[in-house]
Design a protein around this ligand. Structure first.
Ligand SMILES: NC(=O)c1ccc[n+]([C@@H]2O[C@H](COP(=O)([O-])OP(=O)(O)OC[C@H]3O[C@@H](n4cnc5c(N)ncnc54)[C@H](OP(=O)(O)O)[C@@H]3O)[C@@H](O)[C@H]2O)c1
Length: 302
């Protein structure tokens, strides 16, 4: 199922806070290097191709881009590429970034930001993206400890007008409840896909009941995580893919979108062909029988 004409609108839309977006978006983590992401010694990507992928994404109707200041390789920064490729930004483009983690200039991980350091991370994103406010900022969490102080710090930056909407990433239902007592949360971005963390199914449903977007990351890469997709695929996924003339990656994306109208996709790629395929996956409609088969794979592999 390849197409250069299917646009992101085919996936339907969702409103993040007051910002309407198409459900198929784009994740910027793969743009800055070839191979494994977030390595200090990553092989930097070609600038022209990365800029081309971003511009093509917008031409294909993508109006939700996920990024972070810590998405960089020795020679490329995702935020700088987005700024160069897309500014002045289209009115309907929503850029979501995340704060908490940080990397030093050589690309080595730093300790996560405390409440006092979050303002600096927000401002770093503002500078790199060339904006005076950020549409959505996710607090990216590690572990299960309280996020109240850090989320309160971000809520103050929201009140000050630096941030329009707040979200969370890598969190538990308890984190969501803790944050919601402080300020509205428009989205939860967690690792999820076929066979990836099926124990989150209830959390995904609960987000939908509360009008909170659920935004899976690694929906294609799965357990390959930052190393990327392994290319090894279950026979069930391949069978469904063949029936639609689609790829396994497209079936994986389509399955996440079928989990609920509040589920958004942010597939990452540096490949223009994969970009078009990922956008086209928003038009893939899976039958009840196919969903039942894939749901079984999901639960069995988890
Ligand atoms: N909140 C968090 O903690 C967190 C963590 C990780 C990522 N994220 C965000 O989530 C986004 C999605 O994650 P991701 O980029 O790692 O994972 P992904 O979309 O699940 O998978 C990307 C991997 O699949 C390949 N791929 C993409 N489209 C394909 C297609 N149509 N056919 C075959 N292979 C395909 C990519 O390689 P090619 O480049 O060769 O296409 C890459 O190896 C990231 O870009 C980032 O914005 C958030």
């Amino acid at each position: 199922m390849t197409s250069t004409t299917i646009t992101a609108a085919a996936s339907g839309s969702w409103t993040l806070g007051d910002l309407e977006i198409n459900r198929i978006g784009f994740g910027a983590m793969r743009l800055t290097q070839h191979g494994e992401a977030l390595r200090p010694d990553a092989a930097s990507s070609g600038r022209r191709q990365a800029v081309g992928v971003l511009r093509r994404a917008v031409e294909l109707g993508v109006n939700h881009i996920d990024t972070a200041a810590f998405y960089f390789s020795p020679l490329r920064s995702a935020n700088e590429l987005i700024n160069h490729a897309l500014a002045p930004y289209p009115d309907d483009l929503v850029i979501t970034t995340k704060v908490g983690p940080g990397r030093d200039p050589s690309g080595h991980w730093l300790p996560h930001a405390g409440p006092a350091e979050l303002r600096g991370q927000v401002e770093e994103n503002l500078r790199q993206l060339g904006r005076d406010h950020l549409d959505v900022v996710n607090l990216r969490v590690l572990g299960t400890q309280s996020i109240a102080e850090r989320f309160l710090a971000l809520a103050r930056l929201r009140e000050a007008g630096l941030i329009r909407h707040l979200g969370l990433s890598n969190v538990t239902p308890a984190h969501l409840a803790e944050a919601q007592a402080i300020a509205p949360v428009v989205g939860v971005q967690n690792m999820y896909g076929i066979g990836v963390r099926p124990e989150q199914d209830d959390f995904l449903r609960a987000c939908g009941e509360q009008g909170v977007a659920f935004v899976p990351f690694y929906a294609i890469a799965g357990t390959g995580r930052q190393a990327g997709a392994s290319g090894v695929e279950s026979e069930e996924v391949l069978t469904v893919a063949r029936a639609h003339g689609a790829s396994a990656a497209q079936v994986r994306l389509a399955w996440t979108l079928h989990r609920g109208p509040h589920v958004l996709a942010i597939p990452g790629t540096g490949d223009p062909g994969h970009l078009a395929d990922n956008v086209a996956a928003g038009a893939l409609r899976l039958s009840t029988d196919e969903l039942a088969v894939l749901d079984r794979v999901h639960r069995a592999q988890g």
